[in-house]
Design a protein around this ligand. Structure first.
Ligand code: AQP
Length: 334
């Protein structure tokens, strides 16, 4: 079976952009692939890191993903920092990562612009992402649009490492991306990518009232000033979300009533709020029962880390051997 790796940061609540762009795909891929899914907490400290909330957010992310359908019986599901080989491989890969490539990363440019002091971790984030993938020799990586450039860098790193140390073989295979049709979901501002750190999200586990309170002020067609003006659904993010959450006949009705000014934006949002809440209701219900037994969630993550480590140790040992390190003898070598 093809091997897949994908990760998500516990930098905030699981949102519908993550769900449509990545997690729904993860769930579908489990049936016919060997999947490794990780909550990448080491990545989360490259942004606004709050030590007081990291543990809670990591557990909440685990609950959200399990509730969304990640199945630990079929997939290896774990927390990145529980597998120390990720950080070690990252360091080894820094030796083949071109500085110029890191400087080109648009996510680094965007995020660093907003900071007074830029942590080095934000700059080297793509090397850790490459290590995450290459540690499991994953062939495919389901991602949204935003991660494509990082994935391309992971391919460059694999290529350079293989050329230098692979001895004529692709010890670290070059990973391919797997995109969903929802590769870039916009936030409630209708402009930026829906992003945990931008506060423009709808959480997968939010209840109907919270969803409605967030959708009510959300951006629509900016040219539509009053209910009596005809709108243009093609430039309206609410209409895009209808395409993901409403049945096809409703999508057609929304477009017609928007263009004909039969519905105001609030009417249209009300229908979306109901459909979106209904689609996510089974996930919310499963999350509530998972929350009631947090010990079981921690146990799932512990078992996943064991399985992940068994694979990670083998790759790391081969990488170190090929890079010429003296193998550790005694307990340190086990
Ligand atoms: N808006 C989005 N549309 C489609 N896909 C998205 N993804 C994230 N946002 C969207 C995909 O979700 C997966 C997990 O993302 P992540 O949390 O690891 O990193 P991210 O892309 O940086 O997500 P956020 O929400 O924007 O987090 P912050 O604000 O902390 O950086 C990835 O596959 C991603 O492509």
């Amino acid at each position: 079976m093809p091997r897949i790796f994908s990760g998500i940061q516990p930098s905030g609540d699981l949102h519908i952009g993550n769900w449509l762009g990545a997690v729904q795909n993860w769930v579908a891929l489990q049936a016919r692939n060997e999947c490794f899914f990780s909550i990448v907490d080491l990545h989360a400290i490259t942004g606004q890191h709050d030590a007081a909330t990291l543990e809670r957010r990591t557990l909440d992310m685990a609950v959200g993903l399990l509730a969304a359908g990640v199945d630990p019986a079929r997939s290896t599901f774990f927390v990145q920092s529980h597998v120390p080989e990720h950080a070690e491989l990252m360091w080894l890969l820094t030796s083949v990562t071109p500085l110029g490539e890191l400087e080109r990363m648009t996510q680094f440019k965007d995020k660093s612009q907003k900071l007074e002091s830029v942590p080095a971790g934000l700059f080297s984030y793509p090397i850790l992402m490459a290590a995450d993938i290459l540690l499991y020799r994953a062939e495919q990586v389901p991602v949204g649009d935003d991660q494509l450039q990082h994935l391309e860098l992971a391919r460059v790193i694999a290529r350079r490492w293989n050329a230098q140390f692979g001895g004529g073989t692709d010890v670290l295979p070059e990973p391919q991306s797997l995109l969903t049709p929802a590769r870039r979901i916009l936030g409630l501002d209708g402009q930026a990518k829906m992003s945990k750190s931008l506060g423009n999200t709808i959480g997968v586990l939010e209840g109907p009232e919270e969803v409605w309170q967030k959708l009510r002020p959300a951006m629509t067609d900016p040219a539509r000033k009053t209910k009596r003006d005809p709108g243009n659904p093609d430039i309206c993010n609410i209409y895009t979300l209808h395409k993901h959450f409403s049945p096809p006949e409703t999508v057609v009705e929304v477009a017609r009533k928007c263009r004909g000014a039969e519905w105001g934006c609030l009417d249209c949002k009300r229908v979306l709020a109901d459909n979106l809440s209904a689609a996510l209701a089974p996930i919310r219900e499963r999350a509530a029962s998972l929350r009631a037994d947090e010990g079981a969630v921690r146990a799932v993550l512990a078992a996943g880390a064991e399985r992940a480590r068994a694979v990670a140790r083998v790759t790391l040992a081969e990488v170190k051997a090929r890079m010429g390190f003296l193998p550790a003898a005694g307990p340190a070598g086990r």
